[in-house]
Write a protein that binds this ligand. Structure first.
Ligand code: ADP
Length: 328
């Protein structure tokens, strides 16, 4: 590259969408233009990279989006990117546009793809953790997690009104894939009786304990948050079991589903996304590669992809103890 040639970077969102992705796109675009880069928006994640759905972004392209849920770049799942031929095609497209670095905003799968691609083509990639699940290692929070948690809290508050009126036991299923962060912290925030999460032994153990405690008979309703993971049995499975074994309980199920992904991001997520987006550009300028931007004790950190992806992020046991003690 000539000394005075402007460097070009690409930005994409991939995998499951999360509120705050737009704030991250805005931050990366603006910080990069501020630093003198050309910025290309890549549509539909790795799919648009392969099919060349790419356009140059100005600062105006990202105006008025910080408050919007979803992602203006759209997102997709892309099987072709999991093949060598697909990734070669993506690389050729990047070469054609003169793009020499990528910022990938996504979850565990998207960053796995980014790591493979970066190693294969010696390509500079910086990752941003965009997922409501908060399941990436090396960061206290991911973009979208706080908003989803607040959405869950609002929903549980509403369900509690009807649960109390009818003296019912509710199993409420929340997202999280194989992580219980949303279920556990959602339970604490909404004053639920328990959370059944994949990180803890087996579903039977957790359910047995709840039943042994009589679902707190002193109260006139009970709410249990359940992480969607197959290892918890899901809200439906748990409810069936209780119905069979304890027919006197009035059991109901509510699966919150996709509404957990939507909505305007919270102030926390907007600020997190803005800081992480700016930090991604700092990382590019420092010639860092294969790192995900994280946040630890309110400080920006740079986490190698291999660490962010492979490691299971531990659940804080203190939170479990707090939930148990506060639900007597
Ligand atoms: P998330 O990023 O939310 O975890 P996915 O797991 O669906 O979402 O991953 C998003 C995309 O990342 C996939 O559709 C695929 O294109 C890419 N990807 C995931 N795993 C790999 C892999 N092992 N190799 C290459 N690409 C991958």
């Amino acid at each position: 590259m000539e000394a005075n040639e402007q460097r070009a970077i690409g930005i994409l969102t991939s995998g499951g969408d999360a509120p705050g992705m737009n704030a991250a796109i805005r931050a990366v675009t603006r910080a990069a233009i501020f630093a003198g880069f050309k910025v290309f928006g890549i549509m539909r994640g790795y799919k648009g990279l392969i099919t060349d759905e790419i356009e140059e972004f100005s600062t105006q392209n990202v105006s008025n989006i910080i408050q919007r849920g979803g992602t203006i770049l759209k997102t997709a799942r892309c099987k072709e990117f999991q093949t060598k031929e697909g990734r070669q095609c993506a690389y050729d497209v990047l070469q054609r546009h003169g793009i020499s670095a990528l910022v990938v905003i996504g979850g565990d799968g998207s960053l796995t793809g980014a790591r493979i691609f970066a190693n294969e083509f010696q390509f500079q990639i910086i990752g941003l953790p965009g997922t409501i699940d908060n399941d990436l290692y090396g960061t206290d929070s991911t973009i979208g997690y706080d908003t989803a948690l607040n959405t869950i809290m609002d929903c549980v508050d509403k369900i509690r009104d009807t649960a109390t009126s009818h003296e019912r036991l509710f199993f409420i299923e929340v997202m999280g894939r194989d992580a219980g962060f949303l279920a556990l912290n959602g339970a604490i925030a909404s004053g639920a009786e328990a959370a059944i999460i994949p990180e803890v032994a087996t579903q039977e153990d957790q359910l047995d304990e709840l039943i042994a405690n009589g679902f707190r008979k002193s109260k006139n309703s009970s709410i249990v948050l359940v992480a969607e993971s197959p290892s918890t049995g899901g809200a439906m499975g748990l409810a069936e079991r209780v119905k069979k074994e304890y027919p006197n309980y009035d059991v109901r199920v509510s699966i919150l589903g996709h509404l957990q992904r939507g909505g305007s991001p919270t102030a926390y997520d907007r600020i997190l996304a803005s800081r992480m987006g700016a930090a991604a550009v700092d990382a590019l300028l420092d010639d860092q590669r294969n790192v995900m931007i994280g946040i630890k004790n309110d400080e920006i950190v740079y986490v190698p992809f291999t660490k962010a992806i492979k490691n299971d992020k531990p659940i804080n046991r203190e939170l479990m103890s707090t939930l148990r003690r506060l639900s007597i």
